[in-house]
Structures are given as C-alpha cells and as structure tokens.
Design a protein. Structure first.
Length: 163
C-alpha cells in the first residue's frame, strides 16, 4: 500500500510532577492535510496524556476507510496495544490496571480502524514527535487547564497512589 494512503497520527504526552499539570499533543496527517490538537489538564499523569493523545487523534478522524499508523514515544501505549496486553486487561475488567477509563474509550474506537502502532524514540530529533512534545508542554502550561475528572476523583479516593 502506498505511504500516502495511510493516515498518520503522531502523539506525545507530558506531565510535570507526574502527577501534576499535564497535556498532550497530536498531529494528524493525510496526504497534504495536517491538523494539530492539544489540551492541558491541571492534575494528571504522563501515561494518561500519552494515551489521550492517541484517543484524540482517532476520535478526530471522519473516515474509517484508510489504515492508521500511530507514532508514539510511549512504550506503555505502543506495547499495550501492539502486544495485545490491553485486550487481556479488558477480559479481566481492568482489575488492578491504571487508566481503565481511557483504555475503555480507546477500545470503543479500536475495532473501527486498522491501526499499526509504531514506537519512536522520544527527544531524538524526530520532527513530528518534537512538535507534539512542544504542543503537550505548552498545553500543560496553559492558564486554562481542564480537569481530568476520572483521575482526580480516583486519585483522592486512592489517597494519591494512582501512579
């Protein structure tokens, strides 16, 4: 299949303090069209932002007709999907797993697409990864931070041990 028939999704997440203020950056590219997305949250984790970046990219797509290549520097996200771990977590009801809300959201999208997960080394000069990192950091430093309701509600109930 020719390279330009794939939709490319580049992603990155960031959190200062982990948990702390965080954000994600996502770039969608198809042929010559490119769109960027980012959002910041007042209290979250890096892994949540890495996963939310992928989800945001998939949710923004208007068509399921083309295969997807997702580029991420998160081994947590790439391996969980590519190695099938998340499907086993789902079968077990996400017992003792982190971020079940986001994994369930991802799994609602997953069957609609043919997704190839590609790990790229972060902070290694990859142009799109560097751009996503800048988007994520800028979003995390915004004055208008959203509330990661699931994380904050469960963080308080768990006594701060959701990492």
């Amino acid at each position: 299949m020719a390279a330009n028939t794939y939709i490319e999704i580049y992603t990155d997440g960031a959190a200062k303090g982990n948990p702390g203020p965080g954000g994600f950056g996502t770039i969608l590219r198809f042929k010559n069209v490119e769109k960027e997305f980012s959002q910041g949250f007042r209290l979250t984790t890096n892994n949540r932002m890495e996963l939310l970046a992928v989800i945001t990219g998939l949710e923004a797509l208007k068509s399921t007709a083309h295969p997807i290549r997702v580029f991420s520097d998160s081994k947590y996200v790439v391996d969980s999907i590519a190695k099938g771990w998340v499907f086993n977590w789902q079968k077990k009801g996400f017992k003792d797993k982190k971020n079940p809300d986001l994994w369930r959201r991802f799994l609602q999208l997953y069957p609609n697409f043919k997704i190839e997960m590609i790990w790229i080394k972060g902070h290694n000069g990859h142009p799109e990864n560097e751009r996503c990192d800048r988007l994520a950091v800028q979003a995390s430093e915004s004055k208008n931070l959203a509330i990661d309701v699931f994380y904050e509600d469960n963080e308080q109930q768990a006594g701060g041990n959701l990492l």
